[in-house]
Design a protein around this ligand. Sequence first.
Ligand SMILES: Nc1ncnc2c1ncn2[C@@H]1O[C@H](COP(=O)(O)OP(=O)(O)OP(=O)(O)O)[C@@H](O)[C@H]1O
Length: 594
Amino acid sequence: MSTTATTAAAAASARPRLRWGVPAYVVFVAAAIVLAIVVPKTGYVFNISLQATTYAIAVLGLTIVLGLCGQINLAQAAFFGLGAYAVGLGQTEHGLNFWVCLLIGSGLAALFGALLGASTLRLGGHYLAMVTISFQQILTLVLINWIPVTKGPDGVRAIPRPAFFADGSSYLALCIAVLGGLGYLVWHLRDTRLGRAMRAVRDNELAAGVAGIDVYRTKVTAFALSAVLGGIGGGLFAGGFAYVSPDQFSFAESVVFLTMVLLGGVASPIGAVIGTGLLILIPEWLRFLKSIPGLYLAIYGAAVILIVLFMPDGIWGFVRGQFDRFKRATAPSASGDALQLSGGGVGTDTVLEVRKLSKHFGGLKAVDEVDLTIKRGGVHALIGPNGSGKTTTLNVLSGLYKATSGTIMLNGQDITSLPPHVRTKAGLGRTFQNIRLWRSMTALENVMVGAERPGSPVGNDPASVVARARAALAFVDLEHRADEVVAGFSYGHQRAVEIARALASDPALLLLDEPGAGLNSSEKVELRNLLKRISAHGLTILIIDHDMTLVSEVAQHITVLNFGRRIADGHSADVLKHPDVIAAYLGTAPDVAA
Ligand SMILES: Nc1ncnc2c1ncn2[C@@H]1O[C@H](COP(=O)(O)OP(=O)(O)OP(=O)(O)O)[C@@H](O)[C@H]1O
């Protein structure tokens, strides 16, 4: 996803919830419905209004898949078409009820949306865009060529509207009500567990997986939801215009949908509605120029380019930015509760048992038959010179790399072949050498995702999740910055939020990859105190760090790697005096010992 879209999302994340927001929204939608019913409309105004309303529903879908989840979808017109043809053919050919057809159309769109989302298992970025374009083209070809079923290029005519909404005004009012309802749901989706998971996937997929989010399922869900909205919009479109044909659902229309959401602002459903309205109205406003060949298109194109150029976050992103400048800071609320860390519960005194773990990259043995036993409680350090295999070991432990061979047992459970989010559920928490926060989200939202991991002690109760996240932030002395977007935090504070996110998940074992890297001396003192506090709460830590002062102060046990092999293991004081360790750190070739 683009940086600008992320910035827009950041601005949206930072906004305080307005108490008058919901009533104002309801009044606005109600007013639009009343207008649709009472104001007499010519056929022209009706057509424009109906097109804008049904298109806006489909564009809302893009707010989910692109705005929230960061996945490109260039097939929204195909889902729109699926809904439209289901309503058209279902009623005219099969005598089905309008609502049943709308349901079938949305269901079909959801199914194909999920299938398209399934391709994200292997594809992303440009390749994903190509897959969505291919799907769009296939659907267009099917609509044109499968004549016995789709009626081909002639399209489907005389599509009826549902009873009670047969006249234009009431049908338009129905469409506005559906748009209003769906817009409300999409607006609130971002603050649900699923919405936070989508935003986490958008901002940093790797961190999302390690925080316990099923990244793949989240993307598939985003695609399916987006497609459902496309299907509903298309179904209502078909009923409204009574006629559908393949050219209405071509790739060009998918590009129009995408332009609409980018123009209005991808981060918000309001942006989707604004973008849709404008892209439908601008050509109408410029209609008088059509007598001069080419001029109309040139001005239309220039207007869109100028808006995108000067408002990179879309029109609504720009407007929000102006409002946010005058926004008063909200007073942080206190959690009241101290963070509870169970330390992984009871069981054997061994938290992690690693046997003959290897990770090879081609001919390079980055980790070579390493044994590691971590006892419950206390701090265990994994040290070694640059390139000795420490981070690779952590990546294999947390499931980011597949082990070449060996076994990993966490609390007696074999986790060797589990995906990252399932290992997190099993009790692993971790931070990264290069901080991986979700930068457009607030500190609180980042930590809430940690608290929401599957199997977490707070379950699904939103109030408990917030309370635990606040308690975790208080633990790292950052509760006063809970509602700020983390992109503006200092390096030290970002590290602390990352640790709070891992703590909130109540892990059995906390893996910290060079938490001291990049910190100044006072931040290092704070880090040392924090590690001691965590350890005092009974949570077991495996830490990688190059700062031997920090390691010797906090760790009771040290394992040393060199060239991917374990060269020493034991109590800190003994290991730091070990001749092989001294040789490895001074650059002398070691005698490898088990
Ligand atoms: N994805 C990868 N593909 C190929 N080689 C890799 C990959 N990741 C790590 N390596 C190699 O594996 C070896 C161990 O790297 P690793 O990052 O685990 O070392 P490290 O001990 O963490 O080093 P540092 O202290 O500098 O972070 C290095 O030679 C590195 O180049």
